[in-house]
Design a binder for this molecule. Structure first.
Ligand code: ZN
Length: 503
């Protein structure tokens, strides 16, 4: 592998430093892992600002943008694309886990590398991987993190953990049996103590590794899927290590009703009562939060991670993103796992986020600058780089191309279809571009994609192995094993009964 390029001048390019700050025909100068300067003649005569001997890249016709952040995904689902079409989340989840089977260390390596390559080539430089494992173990976790280390990508891994499922209380109200469809009925379910031991291993082994490029978050699976002991124990470990907490929140009407039935309050209020709502908390989905929850999230400085593709694919509903933005809440963007999205394109997420909330009659619009911030600095907040505190999440400028910021960026060709016809740049980035213009990608000053080719991952090899994983699973799941089919049937009946009763 080539030595990392640490000093570079991209000469004569355009630079979107952050939304609203476009500099045209300037030099982008890197020193070490950071942006040194952006401006006309910033490289100085002979590139002196970057140090003698700096590498030069002809930037004419290219546009540098901050690297995109995919703030919520599940890497194992890269071999489960297209699964469970036409199902809502609860029966889909049972189908997906049933088809997924057990993932060994090699499967984690392959699914991470395939997703990383897909994201990097699209200009996505950071990912938050809510990593499910069957079951959670140091061996599976280490395999995933070793793969992220090799990819060069900036990765934050939240090991997904579940030790309780209160959906049976809602089912009992409705006179239904969902015993086969609970997440605690999955064969890989572990107890609270064992789960927290895996999380402790993750923090102690990987948090801050690779010069801070790799981070760990606590990752309880969902408010209705975790005991107080798991939530508080996870948060305590995260606080001790300067990390945060990443937890699915109220993705569906079933989850909202299950929380009401079991806790007598909203799922978000349960987290607030446990003292978990703060700047280090990130909340994928938040589709069925209540009006008071919007205020609690905004006041607490927590971040909602919007996943419009998965929410639409599963028919879950539309998160109140416009209301959250109006309340001053932080919002990030995710693809969610490829079993529900069904790719790892932050471009798709941006386009959907910019489209599905607009309402001309109510004069409600989610603008391209807001969407670009969700996909950059919004996602950086989810990494909880300032620990649980508010300061530091973006203090060093990650997510922008300001001088001093870590040099995570993509260079897009403005001359190809999509961007070539851009009358207004930012709306065109969000609505016209789909990643095809990405030519070169850098993370922490190191080039990971050159001329559209990933330098750190052998994509032909990885995708060959990914195809084997997917084909084996498709064969084993046709037909679905009887226990899985029973779980799917119970969860379909639950969704239907709740829809008839009303939430
Ligand atoms: Zn998810």
């Amino acid at each position: 592998m080539d030595e990392p390029v640490r000093d570079l001048v991209v000469r004569g390019c355009d630079v979107l430093v952050e939304p609203g700050d476009l500099r045209e025909q300037v030099d982008l100068v890197l020193a070490g892992e950071r942006v040194a300067a952006v401006g006309v003649g910033a490289a100085g005569v002979g590139g002196s600002a970057a140090g003698a001997g700096a590498r030069e890249l002809d930037g004419r016709g290219l546009l540098a943008i901050p690297g995109l952040v995919n703030a919520h995904t599940h890497s194992p689902e890269n071999c489960l694309r297209g699964v469970g079409e036409g199902l809502g989340l609860e029966p889909w989840l049972m189908t997906m886990f049933g088809a997924g089977g057990d993932l060994d260390a090699e499967a984690h390596e392959v699914t991470v590398l395939a997703g990383a390559a897909e994201m990097l080539r699209n200009g996505t430089t950071s990912v938050i991987d809510h990593l499910w494992m069957t079951p959670p173990s140091p061996r599976a976790l280490d395999a995933a993190l070793r793969a992220y280390a090799a990819s060069g990508m900036r990765a934050t891994v939240a090991p997904l953990m579940e030790d309780r499922d209160v959906t049976d209380q809602l089912a009992a109200q409705l006179g239904l049996d969902v015993s086969a469809g609970l997440v605690t009925a999955l064969p890989e379910a572990l107890g609270t103590t064992e789960l927290l031991a895996v999380l402790r291993h993750a923090f102690e082994t990987w948090h801050g590794a690779e010069d801070g490029r790799l981070r760990i978050l606590a990752g309880p699976g969902g408010v209705q899927w975790a005991s107080d002991e798991l939530l508080l124990g996870s948060a305590e470990l995260a606080a001790r290590h300067g990390g945060g907490v990443h937890i699915h929140l109220l993705e569906t009407t079933v989850q909202a009703a299950a929380c009401r039935a079991a806790f007598g309050r909203s799922g978000l209020q349960r987290l607030a009562d446990l003292g978990l709502v703060g700047p280090g908390l990130s909340l994928p989905h938040s589709v069925w939060i209540e009006a008071a929850d919007v205020e609690t999230i905004a006041a607490g400085g927590a971040t909602v991670v919007h996943n419009p593709a998965a929410n639409t694919r599963l028919g879950s509903g539309r998160a109140p993103i416009a209301a959250l933005l109006r309340a001053g809440a932080h919002v990030a963007l995710g693809t969610d796992g490829s079993a529900s999205s069904d790719n790892q394109s932050v471009w798709d997420a941006m386009k959907l986020a910019a489209l599905i909330h607009n309402d001309a009659d109510a004069d409600v619009w989610v603008g391209s600058a807001e969407v670009l911030r969700m996909a950059t600095t919004g996602g950086v907040r989810v990494m909880a780089r300032g620990g649980g505190g508010a300061a530091g999440a973006t203090a060093d400028g990650l997510g922008t191309l300001r001088p001093g910021a870590p040099a995570d960026f993509a260079l897009l060709d403005r001359r190809v279809s999509g961007l070539a016809g851009a009358f207004a740049l930012e709306p065109s980035l969000v609505l016209s571009e789909d990643g095809r213009a990405v030519r070169h990608v850098f993370v922490a000053g190191r080039q990971l994609v050159a001329d559209g080719r990933c330098l750190t991952i052998d994509e032909a090899d990885v995708n060959g192995r990914l195809r084997e994983l997917a084909q084996r699973r498709a064969r084993d799941a046709d037909p679905l094993p009887a226990a899985v089919a029973r779980a799917v049937g119970q969860m379909r009946a639950l969704r239907q009964a709740l829809a008839e009763r009303g939430p």
